[in-house]
Each structure stands twice: as structure tokens, then as C-alpha cells.
Ligand binder design. Sequence first.
Ligand code: 5MM
Length: 336
Amino acid sequence: MSELNKIALKILSNGKGILAADESNGTMTKRLDKVNIKSSPENRLLFRETLFASNSMKDCIGGVILFDETINQTSNYGKTIPAMISETGAVPGIKVDTGAKDLANSLDEKITEGLDGLRERLKKYYELGARFTKWRGVYSIGEKYPSELAINSNAHALARYSALVQESGMVPIVEPEVLMDGEHSAEECLIKTSEVIKKCFEELIIHKIDLTGVILKPNMILAGTKSKNKIHNEEVASKTLECLKKSVPNEVPGIAFLSGGQSEVEATENLNIINRNNDTNFIMTYSYGRALQQSALKFWSKDIKDIKGTQNIFNHRAKMNTLAAQGKWSNELENK
Ligand code: 5MM
């Protein structure tokens, strides 16, 4: 077993999942504005460290993805943030892309940037305690989209990123997110997502990536938010499994889904059905941002001093998702 494979399994095994707390300051400001909290470095730290100090970290969370600001912060508990996370048994991770920019010659689409100087930045993050990383490519579905240009260029960037990350002794999360926005059907989502993921692995293989030391972070297969033909949870699970079975090489140890705008319970329920029907070798778990944090953030914003209350809400979500990652979640447990 390679060192990278060991890290990946430590993050994903036993129903554990990933807390995606890597909102850039722009995104975090939008989230905080919505609940009328000032987006200052202190407040961003306060909310995040409240989650990192929760009881569920030990049993449910295998890894936390951080943003550059957070990995450099010292918590009010007196420890650096990576040290605080490591003490719970979870692995600290870091988002290393620098964001999605307009793609030249297809300006309605995006290319994720961040390769310049990446080797040097990775060295610094490793020293700070990170052992895995994240890079997100983002694709929209439209009549002509995602274009071949967007699919190929993002796959190429994800592969170059992965090579540098593995060289520095860390596990890359490869996140090609096909967005839910739009009128497209679930069938279109299945076709496009499969195409995108297949191309990513073609490039990873060209770039000699050790696939046993990679975590894939894909979207589930859903109809677009504006589609009139929504599909049932069972079909979300079967289509998602169909997509992954035909697009992901067997050597990959695990898949950690993004929630992508699904409600908290929807994201949990879909993950649960996927795991009940999981006939693959892949571990299937969660790497949720909004679907782990939304209710906790809402509660916290009403009284930022109510640490216990906020943690109770986060603990419940983390527990529900860890049950779902083992196919053991139920509505009854959800509402207990
Ligand atoms: C946590 O949110 C991340 C957003 O990053 P930016 O601020 O750079 O846009 C995002 O990449 C996230 O990790 C994934 O999309 C998963 O989050 P959701 O909310 O979709 O589960």
C-alpha cells in the first residue's frame, strides 16, 4: 500500500467523510451576508473553529478542506488550525486552485487557474500540516456546453495539479463539478458528467498519476434545477452509480460527492441510497460544504456565542451523513 493510498483510506474509511470548509473569502462573505454576520477574518475563524471543535469530528470527519486564510490561522483554543484538526484524528487539507476564470475562446465557460507557483505553495502547505488538496473544475450544461475545449483544458489542468500534489507527498482531490443550474434532464447530466470524468482520468493516466492515491469528488446525477422532469432519489442513485462505473478506473480508492446545492437531507438521502446499492469497489462518501454547514451557520448567526447549540446541529448532520456513507441512514434517525 503506498503512503498516498494510506492517506486516502484514512480520510474515507469507516463511514467518515470530508468537511469542505474551503470557501474563498468571496464565497464565505456571500454566505455570511445572507445571515447578517460581518465577514471578518475573526468571524470566519470563529464559525469554522466551532465546527472543528465538535464531537463529531472524531467519529465522522476524516478530512477537512481549508482555505489559505484558515490554514494560516491560530484558533481561539490556542492551537493552529491544522493542529486542532489533526488532534481529532482528521486529516487537514487545502484548496490550492485560485479560482475559475473565463475560458478564452469560449467565454461562457470556465477554466480553473492556479498552476503557476503551485510546487512552491504545496511545499508551504505540507509544512503547515496539509496532507491532501483540492482543485475544482467547473462545467455548465447547455446546448453547446460543456465544450470539448472546456472538458479538455480543465482535465489537463486537473492532471498537472495532481502530478505536483503527489510529488509533494499529498493526495489530490480531483473535483470536476458539472453544475446543477439549468433546464437539462438527468439523462443529459449523466452523459455530460460521464464524458467529463472519463476525460479527467485519461489525462491523469497520461500524467502518470498514482490512481490509488487520488480521491474523486464528483456531482451526483440530477436533473437541472430548472428542469420540469425531476427524477426520484432511487434513480439519482442508479444513474450516479452507472456514471461512475463506466468512467472511474478501479484503482481509485474512493469517491466523495459534493452536495452542489441539494438540500441537506436530500444530499444525505441520495448518498444513503447510493451506498445501499453500491456494487463497486469504491468507497462512496461525502465531501459536503453547504449540506454540512447550512443549518449550523443559520443557528450560529443568531447567537455566535452559542457554541454548544451550533455544534449540536453540526454533529447531527455529520452523523447522518456518516450513516448514509454506510447505507444505514433512515428518516426515523434523521428526525429523532
Ligand atoms: C466549500 O465551497 C467550495 C467553494 O469554493 P469557492 O469559494 O472557491 O467557490 C466548493 O468548491 C466546495 O468544496 C464544493 O463545491 C462542495 O461544496 P458543496 O456546497 O457543493 O457541497
